[in-house]
Structures are given as structure tokens and as C-alpha cells.
Design a protein around this ligand. Sequence first.
Ligand SMILES: Nc1nc2c(c(=O)[nH]1)N[C@H]1C(S)=C(S)[C@@H](COP(=O)(O)O)O[C@H]1N2
Ligand SMILES: [Mo]
Length: 508
Amino acid sequence: MTTLVPRRFAALAGLVAGAFAVTVGMLVAAITEVVSPIDAVGSEVIDRAPRWLKELAISWFGTNDKLALRIGIITLLTIAAVCLGIAAVRRLWVGVAGIAVFGLVGALAAAHRPGEAAGAGVPSVLGAIVGGAALYRLVRPRPIEIPGESQVPLGWDRRRFLVASGAAAVGATAAGGVAQALENRRVTRIREATRVPLPDTVTTDQMPEISPAAEIFDETPFITPNDDFYRIDTALSFPSVDVDTWSFAIDGMVDTPLRITYADLLALPQVERVVTLCCVSNEVGGNLIGNAVWRGVMLRDLLDEAGVQPDAEQVYSTSLDGWTCGFPVAAAFDGRDAMIAVGMNGETLPLEHGYPARLVVPGLYGYVSATKWLQRIELTTWDKEGYWVPRGWAAEAPIKTQSRIDVPRAKTVPAGKQVIAGVAWAQYRGIEKVEVQIDDGEWQLAMLGADVSDDAWRQWLLEWDPTPGLYLLKVRATDKTGETQTEEKARPAPDGATGYDTFRVKVE
Ligand SMILES: Nc1nc2c(c(=O)[nH]1)N[C@H]1C(S)=C(S)[C@@H](COP(=O)(O)O)O[C@H]1N2
Ligand SMILES: [Mo]
């Protein structure tokens, strides 16, 4: 005869065992420097998510979408662990098998990640074994001991249960803490390396002259500081890089495949260019856009050295974490300054933005061109598809002419002299003019900030002296080909949002 663990304690047992499984998996992964089980599953979710879900995640959570994903996974695991704990009371094998299934999913996900070997599945397997053992230990039915005639049957021993679960909880917390500390140490190690300044070897060839006249209002600085620069990528953890061993290849349909180390890259002639980078997921009026001075090597120089074969159609690049994208070979040779960047705004390229090297191609959305943590540049045909293409995004994606209202920012402003201001961009074509419409009035020409580069955005400003009332502000830009941005509203997918940015403001 046996006595069963009460339900709420069973739930606790499931929770503790689940936590133990996950944290031991994380710890083993951190020690062996392979992808953590949670990140592996998270990355698989990202890779498999349909387009509408990705769009929804970005529109709900913006650049916090990864945090939201982690919280989502942990919530699901918590619910599953509680259910497995309760189920294990009546059928112990259900609980243990459930943990095994989660372990298997984690192991398969980890082994499937680009750049990870089959051994990356080991942490999940070990975690599942430890978690399964903990669950077994906690909810295993015990024979009832009847020590003395006059005493109640002991059976399930609450005190013993609480001590065991307490110990498991402490173990899980310790494993999780050490795992996190090791991961932090790994990232700190790479960040330290990014603090090494780049050699002072930029050629003065077309150095960007950023005249003060580019800055005609303060709210949106012409150059976006690195810390404020938007970050979009599929990476849940940063790839491990060591510039002493890192190199990238230029190969595929070339005469001479190249392998270029960090030292090689820094020894090549360095240039600087002001280029505004923009995400295709940027909504009209959105902030997934930033302007920086990129420093690096002209891509065409390296491609010339490799000798691109005439049949090559696509410059297809891969990152250290297995992300891919591609753009037409023509874009590397049509005169635009596509570059392999190693520096950003006077600093070594930050880890978030692709250290040690990334691609920057003026006039193309990031998802087809701007590979961070560069690993390989392959010359190939359009048969190969970049990461986002099979996920419903266009294969070719030139940046659309757009403009944004940044001032006024508040919904209510006092009457009197002030400005309406913002930025406009049409990378590689350049901005010709910006016009503002107030309610149904005439389109008025805005004043433009200095034209630093056709590849960079331009600030614009219109003086305004409103009396109290409600106003609807609209902006539109015209690029140097004479084309005015379309008023037609389109969602970001498949190749970039369109429509006029508007702002409704109350003047008091
Ligand atoms: N390795 C890698 N590079 C990547 C991506 C990615 O997911 N992984 N995302 C691209 C996208 S969609 C954009 S918009 C830009 C954003 O660059 P940033 O994060 O430096 O602003 O990086 C591109 N490069
Ligand atoms: Mo993007």
C-alpha cells in the first residue's frame, strides 16, 4: 500500500524538477560553450515562425521581441513542468517521459543550429536526465511504514519532500546562476576585444564632411550614437568570435577564392562613409533606422581581387550564426559604396552591430544586405535564397523613399512660433525635397539640412506659428530621380512600408 503526493506538492515537484533540468542544461552548455537549450529552441522558433507572427512580434514588442520570446518559452515550460509533476503522481513514467521529450526537443534544436555540432545536444540530454531523476525522487510512491501500533501511517513524508525539493531548488538556482555568470563572462570577453581601437589608417579619400549644417534640429541627431542605434537580428546570443582566429571567405563563382583575416582586413585601405541603415520591418514613422559613419573596406576592391565570374548573379553572405542574405552582383559594382565595415562612428564595430565585420550596402534594406558577424561571401545565382526570402520577404529590396515627422513629439503643444521637423531618406538616390502639409493646406517646402551623402538621411524643418486648434501634419519626400514617395499605404512585408507619415497635434 502506498500514499500519494498531494496535488499541489506534485505541481511543486514538477516545477523544481523542470527548473533543475533547464538550468543544468544551461550550465553544461555554458561550460562547453555550445548554444544553451533555451536559446536553441528559441532560435528554432524564430526560424520557423511564419511571417505574420514575426511582424506581429515586432509590432507588439519592437526590439524587445527576443525578451518576449524568452519569457514565452519559460512560461510554456513552467506550465508543462507543473502538469508533468501532477501527472507523475499517478503515472510516474508520464512525468519522466515528458521531461525526456523536452530534453530531446532541446537536443535536436541545439544540434540543428548552424555552426553547432551534434554534441550541442548533450546539455539538453544531461539536463533531462537530472530533471527526470529529481522528479522520480520527489514523487516516487513510498511504502507506508507503520512504526508503532498507535501511530498514524507515515506514507508520504511532507517534511522529507520539502527538504528534497528545497535541495533541488537550491541546485537549480546555483546551476542557473553559474550558467548565467559564465555566459556573461563570455560576452564580456568579446566586448573587451571590441575596445581595442582600430589603427589610425583611414584614407582621406572622400572622407565624410559632416557639416554642422546637417544638424538643423536636435531631437534626431544626424549621426545616431552607437548606443541608440536600432538592433535587429535573429541572434539570441552573440556568436563567439576571436579576431586572432576569425577569418571570412570570398568564394563561389570567383576566379580566385580569398580568405581574409582580421589583420588582412585592417591592413587594406580603409575608407569611411556615412550610410543610413534601415530595416524593412520599419513601419511608416518607425524608428528601425539609424545613420552612422561606417569605416571599412570597399567590397568591390575585394571582389575585383577575387575576380567575379560573369554568370554570378548574387552576392550571398552568411553570418557566424548561420543567418544569410543576398543582393544583386550589380549593386556591388554600380558605383555605390558597398563595404565590409569594421568600425562604426569612430569606434570598433560593436558586438551588437556585427563585430568583427559586417556588410553595409547603401540603398538596400538590411535583411538583403547587411550581414553582421560576417563569415562568408559567396558569389552565386538567384537559386540560393537568403534567410528571409522563403519566409515571405522579397528577394530584392531597394530602400523606399520615406520621410518621418519627429517634431513636435508631444500630442499637445503651446501656440506660437515653433518648428515641424524630421528626417527623410532615399539611400543611394538622395533626397531632393521634402514637403509638409498642414490639414488640407498647400504642400509647403521644408528647409533641408546639408546634403552630406546620397546614402544618408537628411534632416528637414518647417517653421510654424499655429493658433490653438487641432492639426493634422503630413510629410512627403522626393528623391533626386524626381520621384515622390507614394501616399499609398503598404505594410512592411514583403518589401518595405509605404505611405505618408502623419501626426495629429493639439495646439493650446
Ligand atoms: N547575422 C545577422 N546579420 C543581420 C541580421 C541578422 O538577423 N543576423 N539582420 C539584418 C537586418 S534585418 C537588419 S535591418 C540589419 C540591422 O543592423 P543593426 O542591428 O546593426 O542595426 O542587420 C542585418 N544583418
Ligand atoms: Mo531588418
